[in-house]
Design a protein around this ligand. Structure first.
Ligand code: UGA
Length: 435
């Protein structure tokens, strides 16, 4: 089976590479010439563990290709995935111009029966619109339009693709459905649950899932603020809640708020979609507000913990990525915190194992340093803003020696409080007050 993936960003690239690993012939297409040139050389434009190896292996095996012009592979493909970006517009709705331009390219090269599949997160009803567009030029018998949303997390996208909780296929006709079931047959054999549904429900499953996870995070973040006031311990509360199978233990880690290219964008897009249908989504609305407040709450916590009679305090920020395991800083709570602190006139020294280059593209004047120790040297407070594994095993003794005053604000609850105090630090985290 021949597959084309239009859009070689994080979703398209991971999807294309992993499908080729299942033995399919895959061409990833992207208008970005530089990106395609890099990929042809075996260089990966994003930080994603395991991706480089899979790309290399399948390129060598002659079943994974990268092209700027996709005309020929598109005309020969059995399945064409749309994995281009749908960035947010000012009103929160998804920008659809890249999707429709890719649909045009598909339509121009469409010569035999093909299945066109949306992988990108697209507003409800997009499948129908795509079908109408292609049907202006071609008979409806010659193509199917399906929705197959992705549920990959950055930082573990390859393993998420290989071991999915579910594969959702939204297709309104049996012919298209059969092609997609054949495509995913190797994964079904490897026990991946497949949910077959109609196209619109599949489109909405994606938004509903991301919005629900965002709600879960905002819920635990608000609960952590209450826990601090009530002198309770949020980690025990999350543990106790998560032991109830109906709630589940994951996505109950409090922090500086959710970020990334998905939750902030998708919650807002869902609100716009729902409002267009005249349906208010109060819970999602509140989760967006709570998330905005959480970054401000983190800044207040940092300022509150600054040593009292320190005139020009220096703040060390550990972690700039929106979460650990990625170089992505889109909607990163850490960067929001940095901006806020800089506006308040504080001097910062920031370190991130992978995201420094991207952070500097967002905030040019950010003071980025090359190591944890450089950030901590002469600082009055160290803030853990991203849950990188290397911060969990930080050498507290060495850090204390180089700091001006030993204060830690752990916004990801990564460190062992007792250990930090034993080493002589003043330690504050999220959702538990220590007095
Ligand atoms: C998210 C979803 O988890 C994926 O299933 C989905 O496919 C993806 O969006 C997408 O729509 O493309 P991702 O944005 O990579 O994946 O990141 P997550 O691991 O979900 O984390 C999102 C944010 O929530 C991060 O800022 C993270 O630090 C925060 N988070 C997560 C918490 O604050 N607490 C938690 O318990 C979990």
């Amino acid at each position: 089976m021949k597959v084309v993936v239009i859009g070689s960003g994080y979703v398209g690239l991971v999807t294309g590479a992993c499908l080729s690993d299942f033995g399919l012939n895959v061409t990833c297409v992207d208008v970005d010439k530089e990106k395609i040139a890099m990929l042809k050389r075996g260089e990966i434009p994003i930080y994603e563990p395991g991706l480089k190896e899979i790309v290399e292996k399948n390129q060598k095996a002659g079943r994974l290709f990268f092209e700027v012009k996709g005309d020929e592979p598109i005309s020969e493909a059995d399945v064409v995935f749309l994995a281009v970006g749908t960035p947010p517009k000012d009103d929160g709705s998804a920008e659809m111009k890249y999707i429709f331009s890719a649909v045009e390219t598909f339509s121009k090269n469409h010569k035999k029966y093909q299945v066109l599949v949306t992988k990108s997160t697209v507003p409800v009803g997009t499948g129908e619109r795509i079908e109408e567009i292609v049907a202006q030029e071609h008979s409806k018998e010659t193509f199917s339009v399906a929705s197959n949303p992705e549920f990959l997390r950055e930082g573990c996208a390859v393993s998420d693709f290989m071991n999915p909780d579910r594969i959702v296929i939204g297709c309104n006709d049996q012919k298209g459905l059969k092609v997609l079931l054949d495509l995913y047959e190797p994964m079904r054999k490897a026990n991946a649950p497949i949910l077959v549904t109609d196209r619109t429900s599949a489109e909405l499953i994606k938004y509903a899932s991301n919005a629900f996870l965002a709600v879960k995070i905002s819920f635990i973040n608000e609960m952590s603020r209450l826990a601090e006031k009530a002198k309770a311990d949020i980690s025990k509360i999350a543990l106790g809640m998560g032991m109830d199978k109906r709630i589940g233990p994951s996505f109950l880690l409090p922090g500086p708020g959710y970020g990334g290219s998905c939750f902030p964008k998708d919650t807002k897009a869902l609100l716009k979609i729902a409002s267009d249908f005249g349906v208010p989504l109060r819970i999602v609305e509140s989760s967006v507000i709570a998330n905005e407040e959480q970054a401000k709450f983190a800044v207040e916590k940092i300022v509150k913990n600054l040593p009292k009679n320190c005139e020009n305090p220096t703040i060390a920020i550990l972690g700039l990525a929106f979460k650990g395991g990625t170089d992505d800083v889109r909607e990163s709570p850490s960067l929001k915190i940095c901006k806020d602190l800089m506006e308040k006139g504080f001097k910062l020294k920031c370190y991130d194992p992978e995201a420094s280059v991207n952070a500097l593209k967002e905030i040019e004047s950010l003071n980025v340093v090359p190591s944890i120790m450089d950030a901590c040297k002469d600082s009055d407070i160290v803030v853990i803003a991203t849950e990188w594994n290397e911060f969990k095993t930080i050498d507290l003794k060495a850090v204390k020696e180089v700091m001006a005053t030993p204060v830690i604000v752990d916004l990801r609850n990564l460190l062992d409080r007792e250990k930090a105090i034993e080493e002589g630090f003043k330690y504050d985290s999220i959702g538990k007050v220590f007095e």
